[in-house]
Design a protein around this ligand. Structure first.
Ligand SMILES: [Zn+2]
Length: 198
């Protein structure tokens, strides 16, 4: 307890077993392990075999599990909507337009009928593919805007729950997480739900 302003647990009214949640969740120190060792040694009878076999399990499993429960809320992933169709039609219209240019340059000037067919065919394809590109690009931007709105809301909610999480303390005695500002205590298992609440 090097923090001079360690708050008091609302359940037991003491601060001697209280540690900041952000410290517990991120540190890999043995500090949290030391307390159960002392407790179990006091309770356990002087039996060396049980001390050696059971203690490591008692110390390591709850500590890792507790840390898992106390982890900060996950940052929302920023997956942008993928629009393959728009990109594909864009590529096809480029190819078709290249056909138009190639047809014009290679054939039309010389009056070759085969090239003329390619030329008109390419124009038809170009118009079709450009139309499809516009259609898909527009729906892409519509999706993108919806996505941005959604992710902005998600990010704001995440930041809020991060601030909430940063205020939390954990009392080892009562196995509870509490917010000294709100005077609310919750079980570590309910922490994720608590953080999502507005
Ligand atoms: Zn307590």
């Amino acid at each position: 307890m090097n923090d001079p302003v360690t708050p008091v647990c609302p359940k037991c009214g003491l601060s001697d077993q209280v540690e900041k949640v952000s410290v517990l969740a991120t540190s890999q120190s043995n500090k949290t392990v030391e307390i159960p060792v002392q407790l179990t040694r006091k309770i356990e009878p002087v039996d060396q075999s049980t001390l050696n076999t059971e203690n490591p399990a008692i110390n390591s499993i709850p500590d890792a599990e507790l840390r898992k429960k106390l982890t900060p809320p996950k940052q929302p992933e920023s997956k942008s909507p993928i629009n393959c169709a728009g990109g594909l039609f864009m590529l096809l219209s480029t190819v078709a337009l290249t056909g138009v240019v190639a047809g014009y340059l290679a054939g039309i000037q010389r009056g070759i009928t085969q090239w003329q067919q390619i030329f008109y065919g390419s124009i038809a394809f170009s118009v079709f593919f450009i139309f499809m590109t516009i259609r898909y690009t527009r729906s892409f931007f519509k999706d993108l805007h919806a996505f941005q709105d959604k992710s902005e809301k998600e990010m704001a909610a995440w930041q809020k729950s991060m601030e909430k999480w940063d205020r939390l303390y954990y009392c080892q005695r009562d196995d509870c997480v509490f917010d000294p500002d709100q005077n609310v205590a919750v079980a570590p298992a309910d922490l994720k739900t608590y953080l999502k609440e507005p």
